[in-house]
Design a protein around this ligand. Structure first.
Ligand code: B4P
Length: 190
């Protein structure tokens, strides 16, 4: 079973590259950002609470996203593998994911980290904000806050997966197809 974590700061290309990998490897795509935006669109209580945090560029509580991922895993007991996009984002989430997968006798195959420098991230997200309709893409201060949250709470996960021998950094700047090729090479070497 191939279980990939696609990792990187906001705007690194996780969503973009997930779409390519899902097709090639027939994986189920689990994006906590997409799941949260689905809750917001449906007007659920969870969505309303999450929106307040997302609009400030702050991470939503671990228990919320862990619960969402847990139920998605349960709904797909016969999956050939998963691609986790934007999850885990904290060490607590990574530990919970390991436990959830272990209870199904599987584990993370590898963590692929897209490396992009901050000014490029800000430019990409402001550009996406022109037509995405996403409130967290409209304002440079919110974008920088998201990057700060990433540096403080998510970047330490590189050590978490390095210690498990599962971390692989990939240059996230260049043509989208070139980055996909680099990811494919890394997956072949897992
Ligand atoms: P996400 O939805 O995960 O948002 P993101 O990190 O901004 O998106 P992504 O990184 O996938 O965008 P992409 O690079 O593909 O999270 C949003 C919010 O939800 C978070 O701030 C947080 O509040 C909350 N949240 C989500 N998960 C959570 C969790 N686990 N725990 C707590 N809170 C959570 O795309 C960016 C742009 O770059 C696109 O316009 C794309 O076209 C462009 N692009 C991609 N590749 C490119 C390339 N090679 N060159 C040029 N442009 C490129």
């Amino acid at each position: 079973m191939l279980n990939l974590v696609l990792f990187g700061p906001p705007g690194a290309g996780k969503g973009t590259q997930s779409a390519m990998l899902v097709e090639k490897y027939k994986l189920i795509h689990l994006s906590t950002g997409d799941l949260l935006r689905g809750e917001i669109a449906a007007g659920t209580e969870l969505g309303l609470e999450a929106k307040k945090l997302m609009d400030q560029g702050i991470l939503v509580p671990d228990a919320v996203v862990i619960g969402m991922i847990g139920s998605k895993l349960k709904q797909n007991p016969n999956a050939g593998g998963f691609i986790f996009d934007g999850f885990p984002r904290t060490v607590a989430q990574a530990e919970a994911l390991d436990l959830l997968l272990a209870s199904s006798n599987t584990s993370i195959s590898g963590m692929l980290a897209l490396v992009v420098e901050e000014e490029e991230l800000v430019a990409r997200l402001l550009n996406r904000g022109k037509d995405s309709g996403r409130s967290d893409d409209q304002d440079e201060n919110i974008i920088r806050n998201r990057i700060q949250e990433y540096n403080a709470k998510t970047a330490p996960l590189a050590d978490f997966y390095t210690n498990q021998g599962k971390y692989k950094a990939i240059k996230g700047v260049g043509k989208i197809e070139e980055i996909t090729s680099a990811l494919n090479e890394a997956i072949a070497a897992l």
